[in-house]
Design a protein around this ligand. Structure first.
Ligand code: BES
Ligand code: MN
Ligand code: ZN
Length: 498
């Protein structure tokens, strides 16, 4: 799919544009958007509204041919609801309806001329359309011998903007396509089966990103992890024949002396639970337990393509969690890289065991802030469902600021997070009779005690944790990776870059 920007000077209209389809908005109560009014010289659009063929309600649409005095072959009317001040929801649904309709047209190109959205800029509108269109053509059929229905219809999409907006629109478009490419990478990695998407495969992917976007990359193997005393991470790998990897991918787009933002992604390429084996139902979905790693890699790809002027380092501990005669047992005690000892009461709480050593490792990067991203707990799904990722930080001024930035980036992109508490009271639940802490805190507040566990390894810097267990993929008929939280992370970094 090819996107471009088309400028129309204020005086002329789009009537003369020879294109397969012009997409314009209409409202309930038979009101037209400015672009629709411009195309309505002969009253065809007004007539369509009057006839009741389109209500103008959010999500409604009508395809017209041979609209009087309009050079375009078709005009697609999309409903934007009651209000002339278009809401985000109305715009998003209009974009989705347009994507669906254009995919089945005989036309090869189209121009989108939708009105501005309340309190959102042109960049927001362009990103919303690009992501919705790319979402609509995404397929997960790479391993099917017969491909799913191919995408037909419109392949070239132009955005109609005014001369004054053209320069910013071009940049926004480049960034939106980069974001969509990053999301596609995250989805592909998540959807790949665990016999293909191994720790070694993630390392190879990171190396490819490094080559493509001129980043630095380092992949540490078991021997090097032993030398670093990452015994907590290594304990998770004991039952698996797949070699663990520790990936460090550096995008140094900012000034050399600027402290980097560090993104840490949980990279469990399959989580069987280990000796604390999971039930069989839906266990295949634990291939998505590398969703944190996948979203960090997708974000790196996006900012690499954007050439973002910011120093960002991705750190990914990756391995499998498997049962075997050499697997870690419940009751085993390990000494983490930080020196703190951990009694492993449940081998299925493995995410925190690999992340804690990564969080200690990143101290040496002297980070401006660290954000870890993990499909960490089923309890987070119970708490927040599939709409919001869980956001955890300490509660002080610096962390409130970081939390606000992440929440705002989520709102900006519809990839939202919800803040949860970290408090001393929950820490009580991590007490162990035999080690500095246990790796589980009981069933109550499971996503919070998991975050409290991680917090103990992050005292040296400003840190936030995103639990994406409920948001990184969908179950059921629409099973598949969502690409979240790449929009949140990428936008957070873009906002930081200014
Ligand atoms: N990867 C899982 C968390 C998870 C579960 C994500 C379901 C998405 C869907 C994690 O490693 C895990 O198994 N967590 C346990 C923790 C428990 C043993 C304290 C959980 O959530 O049940
Ligand atoms: Mn687990
Ligand atoms: Zn897990």
């Amino acid at each position: 799919m090819d996107f471009s920007i088309k400028t129309f000077d204020a005086k002329s209209t789009m009537n003369g544009s020879k294109t397969g389809c012009l997409v314009v908005g209409v409202f309930e109560n038979k009101k037209l958007s400015a672009a629709a009014t411009a195309l309505d010289k002969k009253g065809d659009i007004t007539a369509a509204l009057k006839s009741g063929d389109i209500t103008g309600k959010i999500g409604s649409s009508l395809l017209l041919r041979n609209v009087g005095d309009v050079a375009a072959e078709r005009v697609l009317l999309v409903g934007l609801g009651e209000d002339a001040a278009v809401s985000e929801k109305a715009y998003l649904q209009a974009a989705q309806v347009a994507a669906r309709t254009l995919a089945t047209l005989g036309a090869s190109d189209a121009i989108i001329a939708l009105p501005d959205v309340k309190e959102r800029d042109t960049a927001w509108s362009i990103r919303t359309v690009v992501v919705a269109f790319r979402e609509s053509i995404f397929r997960a059929d790479g391993l099917k011998s017969k491909k799913d229905s191919s995408v037909s219809g419109v392949k070239k999409i132009a955005f109609a903007v005014t001369e004054a907006d053209a320069a910013t629109a071009k940049i926004a478009l480049m960034q939106s396509v980069a974001l969509a490419n990053g999301m596609d990478l995250t989805k592909d990695l998540g959807n790949l089966p665990p016999n293909i998407c191994t720790p070694t495969y993630l390392a190879t992917t990171a190396k490819k990103i490094a080559t493509d976007y001129k980043m630095g990359v380092e992949v540490l193997d078991r021997k090097q992890l032993q030398a670093l005393k990452m015994n907590s991470f290594l304990s998770v790998t004991n039952g698996s024949d797949e070699p663990p990897k520790f990936i460090v991918l550096k995008h140094m787009g900012g000034k050399a002396k600027d402290a980097p933002i560090v993104l840490v992604g949980k990279g469990i390429t399959f989580d069987s639970g280990g000796i604390s084996l999971k039930g069989g139902a839906g266990m295949d979905e634990m291939k998505y337990d590398m969703g944190g790693a996948a979203s960090v890699l997708g974000t790196m790809r996006a900012i690499g393509e954007m050439k973002l002027k910011l120093n960002v380092i991705a750190v990914i501990p990756t391995c499998e969690n498997m049962p075997s005669g050499s697997a870690t047992r419940p009751g085993d005690i390990v000494t983490s890289m930080s020196g703190q000892t951990i009694e492993i009461l449940n081998t299925d709480a493995e995410g925190r065991l690999i992340l804690c050593d990564a969080l200690t490792y990143v101290e040496r990067l002297k980070p401006a802030a660290v954000v870890d991203v993990a499909t960490l707990t089923g309890a987070c799904i119970t708490a927040l469902g599939h709409h919001n990722s869980g956001l955890f930080t300490r509660h002080d001024e610096a962390h409130d600021k970081l939390a606000a930035e992440l929440l705002a980036a989520g709102k900006q992109t519809g990839d939202t997070a919800w803040r949860m508490p970290i408090e001393e009271a929950y820490n009580e639940q991590l007490k162990s009779n035999f080690a500095d802490m246990a790796n589980i805190g009981g069933p109550a507040g499971g996503s919070i005690t998991a975050a409290c566990f991680l917090e103990r390894f992050t005292k040296a810097y400003t840190w936030a944790h995103l639990d994406i267990a409920g948001t990184a993929w969908k179950s059921g008929a629409a099973k598949g990776s969502t690409g979240r939280p790449v929009p949140l992370l990428t936008t957070f970094l873009m906002n930081r870059a200014g």
